[in-house]
Write a protein that binds this ligand. Structure first.
Ligand SMILES: [Zn+2]
Length: 482
């Protein structure tokens, strides 16, 4: 049997409102003492009543509209019942059969094909987040767990896709674009490591010939784009192997173990009826009028795709470069800020995509916290243009700038790595080299132009790379002819 990979994603994004979803508590909880950002509503105390934060609705509609969804003018909240200590009410306020947005899509470009690939968005709905459990040591052997309700009631939008992905790589490309979209919309910071963007995946194998669907497995706990791809690839291989051995695939939820690079069975998968969904009696249905939707649509900011096209046109860079530079809002902002004060936009994108990204990745630093600001980078590029430093020296200077956060000009001044611009100083070295290499001069006089390369190399060695090779080459030629 030839199998086809079938993947669908469920992505939760934390909406960046100031207050929680149903109360006035602040959403700024990272680094705060446990259980300090709480009130009777988000703790689910008896007698307290939820009131929907209007900003949550606005942010979720913005997201759904950007994903080309139809907005339901009336949608409802449901209670999703399950008992777990991170959920004090023993139910989560979520949406069930009438979500906010439905039937959307997003287009992604795959590297191997010129055509865009359309991924269906089944629904976008809003729900509240649960608290956080901290287990002493390992969850299985821990003798007690601590609970922190600061995250309880933080607003989430859940984005569910159709099972339209045919490879783990497609899922990764989709997620990168989705993150860039929600960042540009200003509704979520998209930080997967901190959990403000979380992704679960459903994956199965289907018979390519008959189209018969295989059993679905849900994979959780992937907290980077790389992890999503690795976990899905592992599942594809695991399921293929089971089928080849004539085994059955069990419908279950599996947990991605980053340290061992495997998925591990967590529990058998729940069905919707396990949650005993019923309409939330404490909240009215959400009514959205057409005017509000139109207003939000009109005020949508520039999205990554439009920004990419603008970059190609305004800065004359390749599609590939523009794609990377708009893969996150912060990278795009960095590039534009530098490009506004520096004309050679291709050189600029090379440095950002090359050296800067490399150092940021190595140090696991976000570009917003880059020790080299756009203005600093431009100052260094201008030093290259003016001939003060060579491209090779610039890499050294760049590294020092990154490690110390100091300006390029300061570093160049103090470490004497500027190119020698004093001609007298340079001719002194050139004369010395000519004297020491009479053999090369003879070769040159016999017509071997290449013999000069050796001399240029010697000059570079004596000056520790601080001379301009082109200038040295011409200067030696001139001296020999004199
Ligand atoms: Zn609260």
């Amino acid at each position: 049997m030839k199998e086809e990979v079938v993947v669908g994603l469920e992505v939760h994004i934390q909406l960046m409102t100031k207050a929680k979803m149903f109360c006035h508590c602040s959403t700024d909880y990272i680094g705060k003492d446990p259980n300090t950002n709480t009130c009777p509503v988000c703790l689910g105390l008896p007698g307290s009543l939820p009131v929907l934060n209007k900003k949550v609705l606005e942010f979720a509609i913005r997201t759904a509209v950007a994903l080309n969804c139809k907005i339901n003018q009336i949608s409802r909240f449901h209670r999703k019942n399950y008992f777990y200590p991170d959920l004090p009410k023993a139910y989560q306020i979520s949406q069930y059969d009438t979500p906010l947005g439905i039937n959307g899509y997003m287009e992604i470009s795959l590297p191997e094909s010129k055509e865009k690939c359309r991924i269906g968005i089944t629904r976008v709905h809003i729900e509240e987040d649960a608290g956080k459990l901290v287990h002493e040591g390992n969850i299985a052997s821990s003798s007690y767990s601590l609970v922190d309700y600061n995250r309880c009631g933080i607003p989430l939008a859940e984005i569910v896709t159709e099972p339209d992905f045919r490879s783990p790589e497609e899922a990764r490309i989709f997620l990168i674009k989705l993150r860039s979209i929600v960042q540009h919309l200003g509704v979520c910071d998209g930080n997967m490591e901190d959990g403000s963007m979380r992704c679960d995946a459903n994956i199965s194998l289907r018979d390519a010939k008959t189209g018969a669907l295989g059993t679905k497995v849900e994979v959780k706990n992937m907290n980077s784009f790389k992890a999503v791809k690795k976990a899905l690839q592992f599942e594809v291989n695991r399921q293929k192997k089971l089928l080849a051995e004539g085994e059955k695939i069990v419908q279950e939820t599996r947990h991605w173990d980053e340290s061992k690079n495997v998925t591990v069975s967590m529990r058998s998968k729940e069905e919707a009826h396990d949650y005993r969904y019923f309409p939330e009696p404490d909240l009215l249905p959400i009514k959205v009028d057409v005017k509000m939707i139109d207003n939000i649509r009109k005020c949508l900011p520039e999205l990554p795709e439009a920004r990419r096209e603008r970059f190609i046109e305004n800065y004359q860079i390749t599609k590939y470069d523009a794609e990377i530079l708009t893969s996150s809002k912060a990278i795009g902002d960095y590039y534009e800020s530098a490009a506004s004060i520096y004309k050679n936009s291709k050189t600029l994108s090379n440095w950002i995509m090359g050296e800067l990204m490399r150092f940021l990745n190595e140090g696991k630093i976000e570009i917003e916290k880059s020790p080299i600001s756009p203005a600093n980078l431009v100052e260094m590029l201008k030093l290259i243009d003016e001939g003060v430093i060579s491209g090779k020296m610039a890499k050294e200077v760049f590294e020092k700038m990154f490690k110390t956060g100091r300006d390029a000009s300061q570093i160049v001044k103090e470490s004497e790595i500027a190119q020698i611009t004093d001609e007298d100083e340079l001719f002194e070295v050139i004369d010395k080299v000519i004297k020491e290499n009479s053999r090369s001069i003879e070769d040159f006089n016999k017509g071997k132009e290449k013999a000069l390369n050796h001399l240029v190399g010697q000059v570079m060695r004596y000056t520790k790379g601080r001379a301009k090779p082109d200038f040295v080459f011409e200067a030696i030629k001139q001296r020999i002819k004199e």
